[in-house]
Ligand binder design. Sequence first.
Ligand code: IPD
Length: 269
Amino acid sequence: MSDEVAARLALAEALAREAGAMALRMRDDLGPVESKSPIDFCTAADHAVEAMIRARIAAAFGDAVIGEEEGGEAADSVWVVDPIDGTANFIHGGPRWCISLAWMRRGRVELGVIYQPREGRLFSARRGQGAFLNGARLSVSHLAHGAAPLVEMGWSERRPLASFTEALHRLTEQRFEFRRHGSGALGLADVAAGLNDAYAELHINAWDVLAGLLLVREAGGVVNDFLANDGLTRGNPVLAATPEIAPRLSALLGIPLPEPVEMAGSETP
Ligand code: IPD
């Protein structure tokens, strides 16, 4: 693998591990917690990890970066970075937070890496070449478990609480199970790993989802066109699911899927 995607995938995997180790060290002495809204917080670790990632990318490739904490602009070669996704879980000391890195070339997501330090889970995908967890190939569930489909439904204050509770109501009426664990990136990674049957949220930002959407797609799942209508900078609804339930969820949540629904493939999320 000597091409430019392979070189960036190698960097992304190394960088995710380095970022995870740095965040873990900083968690020992958390410092003040900044409040972006009543339930959206940020720590010195979020800033320091993003700064480290930006410096490493600049030194290795000089690519542009869009990051959760410092922003940034689209470019032909751009990384989309969440230094800590699941910051609330990080602050509370739980395990469900991660580093999420995606690289886009000319508007298409080429690679995605998600690393969950507390569980030692490194998810990675390259467009057209499958999705992996610590080197083992992943597949969405295809509902092989035989139980009620499990949907993780995220929520933030960017959308009214009522729209979230109404969605949960409709899911429950249709015999779906639901969860909310506080990291969109890991929710998507778990769909790719077949641990959730779907992840949905009525608005989420690109740094939370681009790596995870590629993972789901490469694991045989169905995803919405997140990058439509300036999703890269403004965010969008997200839906990612095992193919068997994707059309029903799309109708139930009002999140359109590309037509015709593809069962597997390597298109851009
Ligand atoms: C948040 C998490 C959460 C999702 C929110 C995101 P952050 O990101 O991914 O699960 O529901 O929409 O903003 O703030 O922890 O990086």
